[in-house]
Design a protein around this ligand. Structure first.
Ligand code: T46
Length: 143
């Protein structure tokens, strides 16, 4: 059975004589997608839970430059957990993965680069788990 469709990506990080570290990645070089949008979530309490949805088409590159966040991923058949607790680690999510996101530390920062623009009608979102299961059943090659 194939693995659930995500990749862990090492984000290049440079520490030099200056204070702190500089991390960077480039679209279509370090991650296999063009970036149309970036959003980030700040100020969340420990144990906050967000997500609870899947995206039909967009790919997302998720990273946590500060703190620790756990993602529980589900492709309708299998589940996996990934902890982002290091600015040098990113998570590339392919379409159609249900995700729940849990803040392991207060004020952890969740940053997301997305392959599609936001659309207020949320055409790309599935926010009902039963609907998600039906969608992956009808589109077996998507995950
Ligand atoms: C995801 C997790 C990690 C916009 O207006 N533009 C945007 O680009 C986004 C992402 C959101 N919004 C608005 C829509 C809602 O009124 O911001 C509000 C909160 O968004 P949402 O309820 O979708 O938040 P989460 O935590 O459920 O999900 C978000 C992303 O939507 C989703 O793609 O993977 O963060």
């Amino acid at each position: 059975m194939a693995n659930i469709k995500y990749d862990i990506v090492d984000i290049r990080t440079i520490k030099n004589e200056k204070s702190g570290m500089l991390s960077f990645f480039e679209a279509e070089r370090d991650i296999p997608m063009a970036i149309k949008r970036i959003y980030y979530i700040t100020g969340a309490d420990k144990d906050s839970i967000r997500g609870g949805h899947a995206h039909k088409e967009s790919m997302q590159f998720i990273f946590c430059p500060y703190g620790a966040i756990k993602l529980i991923l589900d492709d309708g058949k299998r589940k996996a957990e990934v902890v982002l607790d290091n600015p040098s680690k990113g998570l590339l999510l392919y379409p159609c993965l249900w995700r729940d996101i849990i803040w392991l530390e207060e004020k952890s920062v969740l940053c997301v680069a997305v392959s599609l623009y936001y659309n207020a009608e949320e055409n790309d979102y599935i926010r009902d788990y039963r609907e998600f299961l039906e969608y992956v059943f009808k589109n077996p090659n998507i995950t």
